[in-house]
Design a protein around this ligand. Sequence first.
Ligand code: M6R
Length: 610
Amino acid sequence: MCGIIGYIGSRSCLDIVFDGLKRLEYRGYDSAGIAVLHDRHISITKEAGKIDNLKPFLSQLPAAAQIGIGHTRWATHGTPTKENAHPHISDRLALIHNGIIENYRELKQELQDKGVTFRSETDTEVIAHLLGQELKGGTHPQEALMRVIQRLEGAFSLALITDQDDQHIYLAKQGSPLVIGLGQNENFFGSDITAFVSYTQKAVFLHDGECASVGRNEVKLWNREGQELPLKTTVLQWSPGSADKQGYRHYMLKEIHEQPRVISKTTQAFAPEGVLNHEALGLNSIQLEKVKSIHIVACGTAYYAGMVAKYFMEPALGLPVNVELASEFRYRDPLLMGQGQTLVMAISQSGETADTLASLKLAKDKGCQIFSICNVAYSSIHRESHGSILMHAGPEIGVASTKAFTSQVLCAYFWSMAAAEKLGRLSAKDKEARLQELKSLPLYMDQALNAEEHIAELANSLYEYPNFLFVGRGPNFIIALEGALKLKEISYIHAEGYAAGELKHGPIALIDKHMPIVAIAPHDAYYEKTLSNIEEIRAREGFVIGIGDEKDSRLRDLSQLYIPTPKMNNPYFQAILATVAVQFLAYYIAIKRGTDVDQPRNLAKSVTVE
Ligand code: M6R
């Protein structure tokens, strides 16, 4: 959702800001804009649609400008038009904003009563005018920012340039992410590190309530009360090239292919030489012995990773595990035990999902222990947690989550094993057997990736169907949900995932020869039951695309189209292999339909507003 990038230094800022916007493209947006400050004059260009729409207008901005801010907007208040795109201007300033101002109506009325004219329908413009009024009255920009943010309700990260000060960019953060990148005689900032990681790996993460002034050679940070704060610098682990496409047609395809490596790195990090690393798995930061129940909270694909985790975590730990959508959890007054007896575990690739973060804060206020599995280090969710696991997936840029899902399931699996070990519920023999199979998972994953060409071929006969069903049982019920989500989000085909055993309770009415049903049925404990369901589908002329074991002739015979996966004994690893098949299926169907795979319409990679 909305992306922010900014630069101040001794180079021309135009290319840096434009490049930063392109790197933030993955977050999802529908308009973009840039403002630069040069010779005490602010110049702006903004357009609806793609960032590239700005290109013809860049030459109208002063090429020598060394101070610039850029923004990608994901519309919340007001349609995606040029007028509503950021930066917004007022007297002598330009402003960009990520977040939502909840009390903007009252503030807008107040400003209109004073004769202020609004040019857009956005909530952001009220901030620009409030600041404009302060600056007009001679207030220093830093003081103006402090005063204005005290009047704002909601979430924001803001960046402000003003012709009153050509040595600084001013920032403020509350609820939405903002991070500063420290360079040599130049500094950067962004909504996330991908905006500037190719220039510097030294970063300062802003906390809620903090403001900053960013100059060429110095960065100052202060809190709500105006006290200056020390800068806490973090050295980023992501290498500059890790966020590039590396020759793949799409980030999503690259990220699907990265999964074997992600699995190897995860295993190396959490079980080097067969010993579970309790420290890296965050177990040393929580009091497991106190825990009587676990709530997993997450959204979208991360929620499905949590649902898979429930299947193995509950029996491993002998504790009830509830999995809940964060957007529901945070508003329903959940029954949570204080004094650390409930452990609330957030799963989030970005670590910035607004509902997941709010759920954690709520649980923290109620005295729960809070834990997270995140891919982005120092993200808000990671920082909010008592204990955490950092995934080893590397940057995930494609909006459709692929390698993050695999990694989340595996992190939860390692955590569950180590927690069981700590509780004395994991025998050495069992541990050894599981770790042994985990070691071979990347190889099996490589084999699963070999099905790519075959699946691409199948997509040719599938891409015109308007509806799909995905079915499975046990962990593969969750993979069915995930497969349906992948197909929906990147191909815009309507798809539903169902537990195969639920078909008779309603969805079977949808089945006829025009309905493709992706049936995931490896040879596991659920196999016979699922096969009966598939027989029922065939009896109603349903069009079955089977995903199952390479050597399984029964499922193959029942299926009109078949995607073989290698055979593993552990049902959760087997489910991970089936995930590759549904990821490719969604990808190649989307390719045939010509959609924007990495940035599907209306979607944002990181949902930082609720
Ligand atoms: O960053 P998070 O893992 O918290 O994001 C959660 C969801 O927004 C995300 O998984 C979303 O559902 C993906 N686009 C699915 O592919």
